[in-house]
Design a protein around this ligand. Structure first.
Ligand code: ADP
Ligand code: ZN
Length: 766
């Protein structure tokens, strides 16, 4: 008897193994220990009784079959399915659709395999995981030392990564690991060891929205609010329709298009109650780890401890425990980020994808799946209802709703008839004319901030760009100080002696040079500004204000994010400056002003979604103002006040934006009107990347003359982490045909496999 097994090795497809005589046939979803080269790995049974002693060797061309002696499995670890068979099927679908190896999906399927270190609760450890470059290095003979090879091989067998102490225990020292990380062969992340994701000092919890106000515990508070709170008419209407869809027990997708503050969460909770009362279960997806505690707390208030969380920010111990509870059937509601779409939950009746437009649902490494789309496929398999919630739906989802593919449910008003924030635009060209070219905060915004301060209200200031200055340039030769590894200029962080020039793509960092590296002239200046500079300007403008900054740099320390958010919620911060992180999902009732510095940051990017993203960001951030009793205001600074994404965001006119943007997508042939696939070829030289890309273009054309291909062209980020990148965009009406043509082209160049990144339905084409 032959079976197909998915093994946790990046890029690898299903492998065939034999079940020895006398061993009971394992179930689909069971874990099996199998030999792989000189190693032994744990895989998952995907198919049984696959027949025939031939199979595709990994990496060989389509159709080329070889007779192989099939190795026997070593051991069956589970009597039944460890991973539910429908989740195995979902993983298989994901791998196929996104042109990835089934092995790539395994990390999302299994709870972390790493053990050890689970007892010491409040320690941090570092997890090392192999990168695609590391896998490539393993394949190339002379790039690494034997010790490094040993480390990489170890890591290649554990896609979830290994804790550095575990590596040390096998004789791989910390400096060897750092060296590998510097080469980009492995990635390191900090990783917490506390077990219960719901535990933590109660007062500091940013998630219990009204608890501190009422001075009672979450459970009692919840039951009170839950039973006494009247749904608005709109909420009740939406809930009625969704309940009817849920009761039909058939696959259906509903787009819940509700303005910011329209009370969508309340609808999710009541709908979940309905699902539970019919003995079915709920998957609740949110785009970011930072949003899971708030959502989980609300569901816990409503449903007690039959709520679990699943996301990559949990420690192995937590993740493992939560996973097991879900698998045992002790859980009715799973709240998590995109990978939770693979949670081992049975009898799923509802999947909610909140903020469905959010780019964080897309995984930017293989398999490059969109959690929202995989959720829809999962619901289709399960005959479940999907609710996609957003104030700014993606073009794709709105298109599907307009064309009748999805049910469309609209919430046009905020709860309690709170008005939407009024939005005004400041034309920065006028501000420069009036106050000089160095002004960062316009007079309108400065006065707005001061007025809020005087009234004891809070403000948010958004700039979607980190750092102090965006470039260092030379006044003599006009050159900029660029990253040695990437085709971008370095961003200045910090002030005074702490000042450094950093790359946001590869993490290269260096002291800011005293003289120009190109012409040796002493006339270096910094240009542009990021959140750090805005923070400094805000402090200057409002010296009495308590100012803080929230961006990726500010929250590197563990616990910094939740502490910042709860300080802001408790009123210990008056003005919070930050990147798009402050625009997302949070509900801060005392915020009455949102200022946007440089609303057009994203518009300059060579990406067809630039306008959509700008519109979404502005609408979302304006939606953070006026969620309490006081009226909200948004002040948007821009150099392009006439751009439609900015104008329509100010009017908060989503349908008009959709129509306008659709014209552009239609004229330029972009999604949602066609399907798009992005392929990027990486190479050590520019010519190499371009040559290989043009070879692929020829082969794709040959395979399917009906496709439109843009490129080969240098990718907008022409060099990244030391490698040159060439790009081709393939457009067609049928995604399957594109994928097949591309796969047949790549099949003819198997040695290219590791250097080509294929992105189906890309969110970004940079
Ligand atoms: P959305 O997700 O649509 O932006 P939320 O679900 O965050 O909106 O709701 C906004 C605020 O309104 C929250 O503080 C929520 O508790 C409150 N809320 C929701 N529904 C009601 C209601 N029917 N009556 C009063 N307050 C409500
Ligand atoms: Zn770089």
């Amino acid at each position: 008897m032959l079976i197909s097994v998915a093994v946790p090795v990046p890029g690898l497809d299903l492998l065939t193994y034999a079940v020895p005589e006398g061993t009971a046939t394992p179930s689909i979803g069971a874990r099996v220990v199998v030999p792989l080269g000189s190693r032994v790995v744990t895989g998952i049974v995907v198919e049984i009784d696959v027949g025939g002693p031939t199979h595709d060797e990994p990496g060989t061309a389509n159709g080329e079959r070889r007779v192989t002696v099939v190795k026997p499995i070593r051991q069956v670890l589970d009597a039944g399915a460890f991973v539910p068979p429908d989740v195995v099927a979902l993983a298989r679908w994901t791998a196929e659709y996104y042109a990835a190896g089934v092995g790539d999906t395994i990390p999302a399927l299994l709870p972390p395999m790493a053990r050890g270190g689970r007892a010491d609760a409040h320690k941090t450890t570092r997890m090392a995981a192999i990168t695609p470059a590391g896998i490539e290095a393993l394949a190339a003979p002379h790039t690494i030392t034997p010790k490094q090879r040993e480390a990489l091989e170890l890591l290649a067998g554990t896609p979830t990564g290994l804790a550095t102490p575990a590596l040390a225990a096998r004789g791989i020292a910390a400096d060897a690991i750092s060296r590998l990380a510097r080469h980009g062969y492995l990635s390191l992340r900090h990783h917490r060891l506390d077990r219960d994701p719901f535990s933590g000092p109660p007062g500091r919890d940013p998630t219990t929205r009204s608890r501190s106000d009422l001075g009672v515990g979450p459970e009692t508070d919840a039951n009170q609010t839950r039973t006494t709170r009247q749904l608005t008419l709109e909420q009740a209407g939406a809930l009625d329709r969704l309940t009817a869809l849920a009761r039909a027990r058939a696959f259906r997708v509903a787009l819940l298009h509700g303005v910011t503050g329209s009370g969508k969460t309340e609808i999710y909770i009541r709908l979940s109650d309905e699902i539970r009362s019919s003995n079915r279960r709920v998957l609740m997806l949110v785009p970011e780890i930072a949003l899971t505690p708030a959502a989980a707390a609300l569901f816990r208030q409503a449903f007690g401890d039959r709520v679990a969380v699943q996301h990559s920010g949990l420690s192995d111990g937590e993740r493992h425990d939560q996973w097991q509870r879900i698998r045992r059937g002790d859980i009715d509601i799973v709240v998590g980020t995109r990978s939770a779409v693979f949670a081992p939950l049975e009898h799923v009746g509802l999947i909610v994808v909140d903020e469905e437009h959010d780019g964080s649902y897309k995984q930017e490494e293989s398999p490059r799946y969109n959690g929202r789309d995989v959720a829809i496929v999962r619901a289709r398999q399960a005959g479940a209802l999907v609710v996609l919630g957003s104030a700014t739906p993606s073009m794709e989802s709105y298109h599907n709703a307009i064309t009748g593919k999805y049910e469309r449910i609209v919430l046009e008003r905020r709860v309690l008839d709170r008005p939407l924030a009024s939005v005004s635009v400041v034309d920065m060209r006028e501000a420069y004319a009036a106050e000089g070219p160095n002004v960062i905060l316009s007079r309108t915004l400065r006065e707005g901030l001061q007025a809020r301060l005087d009234r004891n209200e809070q403000s948010l200031v958004l700039l979607n760009r980190r750092g102090f200055a965006t470039a260092v340039f030379c006044r003599q030769c006009a050159g900029t100080v660029d990253c040695p590894n990437c085709s971008v200029s370095l961003v200045v962080h910090g002030e005074g002696s702490a000042r450094r020039a950093c790359c946001h793509y590869c993490n290269y960092s260096a002291r800011v040079p005293a003289v120009c590296p190109l012409c040796a002239g002493p006339y270096l200046e910094v240009a542009g500004f990021g959140t750090e500079r805005v923070e400094a300007e805000v402090r200057k403008t409002c010296p009495d204000a308590r100012v803080a900054r929230l961006d990726r740099d500010a929250i590197r320390k563990r616990g910094a994010l939740s502490s910042l958010l709860s300080r802001f919620r408790d009123g210990a911060i008056d003005i919070l400056v930050g990147t798009q992180m402050i625009a997302k999902g949070h509900d801060f009732p005392r915020v009455t002003l949102v200022g946007v510095v440089s609303a057009d940051v994203g518009l300059g990017l060579a990406d067809f979604r630039a306008s959509e993203r700008t519109f979404q960001l502005l609408t979302q951030v304006a939606g953070r103002a006026g969620r309490g009793d006081q009226l909200g205001e948004a002040i948007i600074q821009t150099l392009y006040p006439d751009h439609y994404s900015i104008q329509l965001a100010c009017r908060q006119d989503f349908p008009a934006f959709y129509e306008r943007e659709l014209q552009f997508r239609r004229a330029m042939r972009y999604p949602p009107l066609i399907s798009l696939v992005n392929a990027v070829v990486r190479s050590r030289t520019f010519a190499g990347a371009m040559d290989d890309a043009s070879d692929i273009v020829d082969k794709v054309r040959h395979a399917d003359a009906g496709l439109r291909i843009l490129g080969p062209a240098p990718a907008p980020l022409g060099k990244l982490r030391g490698e040159y990148r060439a790009q081709l965009l393939i457009k067609g009406m049928n995604r399957k045909k594109i994928r097949e043509a591309l796969q047949s082209a790549l099949g003819a160049r198997p040695e290219l496999q590791r250097r080509v990144v294929v992105d189906i339905d890309p969110l970004s084409v940079l």
